[in-house]
Design a protein around this ligand. Structure first.
Ligand code: AMP
Ligand code: MG
Length: 322
């Protein structure tokens, strides 16, 4: 159900959930100070309670409403990247609902870079907890139509067009003057290093904790198989020509044409990682709708500029090949 800004504010102030546009993906938002509303997010998404929610705020001045500490390093990152696709995980103030934190001692905060949602945050005076507006583990929505397809027509949706970044935010935790990367995103680790002036903290033998980062995440309903080599993908496609194919990165035109002749649906995303991120979920939604026996994906090269896209695809492709 499409709503305008005034209606969206009204629903949120009444303790209802509303799907909102951000530059990353559409979020399913609720007032962070209303526990009944927060519970609705988990119920609608069928998301486990141990998976915490990112709090969206209108400006960095609100960080200390929720975070017990705002270290200079975190401030520097916020000044550089907000509004934008960076989530900061900081030590929480005690009053922040345990539901939004999933009982963690931390809060996750972000100022999103979408004009309509910034207006919504400012005019409503609310801070909004918002995970992606889709059912748990499914593909994230980058269009209002994706939200309705996943959550149904009863959910109010504020349509802000296609998401410009297209994949979820980079998540960085900051404690004192140390930082750790909890989730790859389109703000790269190298960009964080450049601002922080030092590499991420690596504690020997300990993997950084990112609650809720399940392997089976961001998945199409169609089984998805990942390939690193063109020959292996071609070999598989020859015996399974009814599969849909997604080629990411630069491959020779003759290879693409060969696959197009062989299979019924072959899409190539050959542009820069930024462009691919913007298109990725939309294309995966389209391929998923074909209901082919499988989606075969040729992965981009394993280098840092593709890290966020590889992270999402690796999770999408977790299922065993058909
Ligand atoms: P999303 O799935 O895009 O809503 O992002 C939620 C992710 O942000 C979670 O799966 C966690 O990895 C991270 N996150 C959110 N809140 C917290 C928190 N309070 N402490 C640590 N990580 C968090
Ligand atoms: Mg999600």
């Amino acid at each position: 159900m499409q709503v305008n800004l005034t209606q969206a504010i009204h629903y949120l102030q009444q303790g209802e959930v509303v799907a909102i546009p951000t530059e990353t993906v559409y979020g399913l938002a609720a007032d962070v100070n209303n526990e009944a509303a927060l519970n609705k997010i988990f119920a609608v998404k069928q998301r486990p309670a141990n998976n915490p929610l990112i709090i969206h705020i209108a400006s960095m001045h609100q960080v200390t409403d929720y975070a017990a500490e705002f270290p200079p390093l975190a401030k520097k990152l916020a000044e550089t990247f907000w509004p934008g696709p960076l989530t900061l995980v900081l030590k929480s103030k005690p009053h922040v609902s345990a539901i939004v934190r999933a009982d963690a001692p931390t809060v996750a905060l972000r100022v999103p870079a979408h004009p309509l949602t910034l207006q919504l945050l400012t005019e409503s005076g609310l801070a909004l907890a918002a995970p992606s507006a889709n059912r748990y583990t499914q593909l994230s929505p980058t269009l209002a139509a994706h939200v309705e397809a996943s959550l149904g027509h009863d959910i109010p949706v504020l349509d802000g067009g296609a998401c410009q970044v297209g994949i979820e935010s980079t998540i960085v935790s900051v404690e004192g003057d140390h930082w750790q990367l909890l989730r790859h995103g389109m703000i790269s680790a190298a960009q964080i290093v450049a601002i922080a002036g030092k590499p991420a903290l690596v504690t020997t033998g300990e993997i950084p904790k990112a609650p809720g980062q399940h392997l089976l995440h961001y998945s199409p309903n169609t089984p998805t198989c990942l390939f690193q080599e063109t020959e292996a993908l071609m070999g598989y496609a020859k015996t399974h020509p009814d599969c849909a194919v997604l080629l990411i990165g630069d491959v020779s035109p003759s290879f693409v044409n060969g696959l197009k002749a062989l299979t019924s649906h072959c899409v190539q995303l050959a542009q820069s990682p930024i462009k691919v991120a913007e298109q990725l979920y939309k294309v995966l939604h389209q391929l998923d709708e074909l209901k082919a026996p499988a989606i075969l994906i040729l992965l981009p090269p394993s280098n840092p500029e593709w890290a966020a896209i590889l992270d999402r695809l690796t999770r999408a492709g977790y299922r065993a090949p058909v």
